[in-house]
Design a protein around this ligand. Structure first.
Ligand code: CUK
Ligand code: CUA
Length: 650
């Protein structure tokens, strides 16, 4: 046992005593010989964050079908926060308060759920900057922006001409754009919108949209600048170039046998799908030069107003579209093995790694070769006017025998790549230059995405890797047929990967992002200033608390402060009235929220942050006396924060 391990082992023993039933093995660290015990205690010491101490990283895991983002500290794996994005959240009233409901407006109506796959942090000069987190809705096509000052969903924009926004959201190196691709090609009507056509018209009618969402550099606000409508493709995943390749976006596409002129390419190509390379700078130039056609569209753009904390929902009526056939030099196709999934660009921006679920090798394409092939016009063929480059002319080389079912790749700071293997349940480390496999570690079980903090940027941090596993089986105490999915933290600082920690997750984490904690924590909002509250129904002092009736609407201007609600006895409400409780939290201190709930109300509850006003709508259905109360234990007199509303027959 190396002396350097003694301290950490002693520490780890203290932690582990009782909790992992390893205390007997820890009695004498000098004589600990069992490899399992030694490695477990070392691992424990590496992930242990002492009480009162902070984690080194924030990590943001997508919640998949729970429609949320879950924030964990790393390396501890402690859950810090659940951020509701596409789903209503009764815990804090998101999607239930009148202020937040419009965030979930879409052209399909109010959709309080989605399937959230990919979080991506905003970047400056190719490095995560800690300002925003962008996420996609894979079901009802939407992109959301979370503000990391407040850990709140600040904006959701619906994406027209698309269905299932899986191939999203991918920021460019300076977050000039966030790019979003549709998973399903759809028939787009001449007048805009998805058309009602026979399904066998795919070849002629269906187009996949790639949306280029411009991000305002100061506010972060998103607006769809233009869409590229690509004939006959379904896009799966994408990633942006970096450094030298920063003007390009790379998209994987499957189902290309459906593409209109695929037959003409010949049988020899049937084992290949395509990587689409799009020069987004060129596309933006074409759009600016008037090549983009404005077509009717119907989509919603929902934004949180920072002064009122009310979401404003606007319906948009048009979108600008570019067709690749009108824009030479904008889009190229590069053959890749059949059914590709992830595409990942290494930190240098030169190597483009494509993972094919069914492929026996991992092809690594070269950005330099791609540019040369484009300059040489060394096209194999064209599909619907889009040039197809030759596989060999772009290829840098292939990783041989990597494992089974490669899905996604991330990078460390030392020139290594790490690829998740779904079928063989392992993470495989290989060198980007030599393309030799260096190490492999089993994961439990069936890994989807993996994540290295900054591992998708120019600035990876080579300390930890997080494996997100689809199948959990026996890793935790059984909880009936439904088991939590599992994340595993792996130490990648040495030559060999080492498993450090298992922790259960919420929903289905597809992808994650992580960033050094101080990049975010230094800007975190502690409370809202009451004197800056511009909510039209704010009540800034208790003396102004009152009830006003307008027809069948009853507006209660309520204040909450430790330890009472004002007004706390309300008469004059009739069955069927629309009662709006506008509750202002008068506290001006960190971590003093008040809650508000009414018996028998359809709209869950409110959780009101200090200085904020939130509104709970209640339509009483029964006459009688109805209690209301604060739901968040806020002081010794929390139980006293209550009152009655008297409801009479109409
Ligand atoms: S993912 Cu969405 S199917 Cu591999 Cu990015 Cu999990
Ligand atoms: Cu306010 Cu409990």
């Amino acid at each position: 046992m190396k002396t350097s391990n003694k301290i950490s082992l002693t520490l780890a023993c203290a932690i582990l005593a009782g909790s992992l039933a390893l205390s007997t093995g820890c009695r004498n660290t000098e004589s600990t010989t069992g490899a399992a015990i030694g490695s477990d205690t070392e691992a424990a010491a590496k992930v242990f964050v002492a009480p009162g101490k902070h984690d080194e990283y924030y990590s943001f895991l997508s919640g998949g079908f729970n429609g949320q983002v879950d924030v964990y500290g790393l390396p501890s794996g402690r859950l810090l926060k659940v951020i509701p994005v596409f789903s209503q959240n009764p815990e804090n009233g998101y999607g239930y308060s009148e202020e937040s409901k419009p965030m979930l407006n879409t052209s399909f109506g109010f959709i309080p759920w989605d399937d959230l796959h990919h979080p991506k942090l905003s970047r400056t000069n190719g490095k995560p900057d800690g300002r925003f987190l962008f996420v996609n809705g894979n079901n009802t096509p939407r992109i959301a922006r979370i503000d990391l000052k407040t850990f709140e969903t600040a904006e959701i924009i619906e994406i027209p001409n698309s269905a299932g926004q899986h191939c999203s959201p991918y920021p460019t190196d300076n977050t000039e754009y966030v790019v979003a691709g549709t998973r399903f090609a759809v028939p787009i009507a001449d007048g805009g919108g998805i058309e009602d056509v026979p399904l066998d018209t795919y070849k002629d009618k269906f187009r996949a949209s790639l949306s280029f969402i411009k991000v305002d550099q100061a506010s972060g606000e998103m607006n769809i600048d233009f869409q590229i409508l690509v004939p006959g493709f379904d896009f799966d995943l994408a990633n942006g170039g970096k450094g030298p390749s920063a003007d390009w976006m790379f998209f994987t596409s499957y189902n290309t046998e459906k593409a209109g002129t695929m037959k003409e390419i010949g049988a020899s190509q049937n084992d290949k799908d395509y990587l689409a390379a799009i020069n987004w700078k060129k596309a933006a130039e074409y759009a600016a030069q008037g090549k983009a056609r404005e077509i009717p569209a119907n989509y919603y753009h929902n934004k949180l107003d920072h002064k009122t904390h009310i979401v404003n929902s606007t319906q948009k009526k048009t979108v600008r579209v570019l067709l690749p056939e009108d824009c030479p030099g904008m889009m190229f196709l590069i053959p890749v093995p059949k059914s590709p999934h992830g595409v990942d660009v290494d930190p240098t921006g030169e190597n483009i790694v494509v993972s094919g679920k069914l492929a026996a090798v991992i092809p690594v394409h070269s950005y330099t070769n791609m540019i040369k092939a484009i300059e040489d016009k060394a096209y194999e063929t064209t599909i619907n006017g889009i040039p197809v480059l030759k596989y060999e002319s772009v290829l840098a080389g292939e990783v041989q025998k990597p494992g089974l079912g490669p899905l996604h790749t991330e990078f460390d700071a030392k020139g290594n790549a790490y690829t998740s293997m779904f079928v063989s349940s392992e993470v495989v480390k290989w060198n980007v230059k030599s393309r030799q496999v260096l190490d492999r570690i089993p994961v439990y079980y069936s890994i989807g995405h993996l994540m290295i903090p900054g591992g998708d940027t120019q600035n990876p941090d080579g300390k930890y890797l997080l494996a997100m596993n689809k199948i959990t089986k026996d890793r935790y105490l059984p909880t009936g047929p439904e088991l939590a999915q599992s994340a595993q933290l792996i130490d990648i600082s040495g030559e060999k990967m080492k498993l450090l920690l298992d922790f259960p997750t919420f929903g289905e984490p597809h992808y994650a992002q992580a960033i050094k904690a101080d990049m975010v924590s230094k800007n975190s909002t502690k409370f809202y200033r009451l004197d800056e509250n511009e909510h039209p129904y704010a009540t800034k002092k208790e003396a102004d608390a009152r009830v006003e009736r307008k027809g069948n609407e009853v507006h209660v201007y309520m204040t909450a402060i430790r330890s009472h609600l004002a007004p706390d006895n309300i008469e004059g409400i009739k069955v069927g009235d629309e009662v709006y409780f506008h509750v202002t939290n008068l506290e001006q201190d960190w971590d003093v929220p008040h809650g508000f709930a009414v018996m028998g109300n359809q709209n869950a509850e409110l959780l009101i942050m200090p200085g904020e006003t939130k509104t709970l709508k209640w339509v009483p259905t029964k006459k009688g006396v109805t209690p209301f109360y604060c739901t968040d234990f806020c002081s010794a007199l929390h139980q006293e924060m209550q009152g009655y509303a008297r409801v009479s027959e109409k």
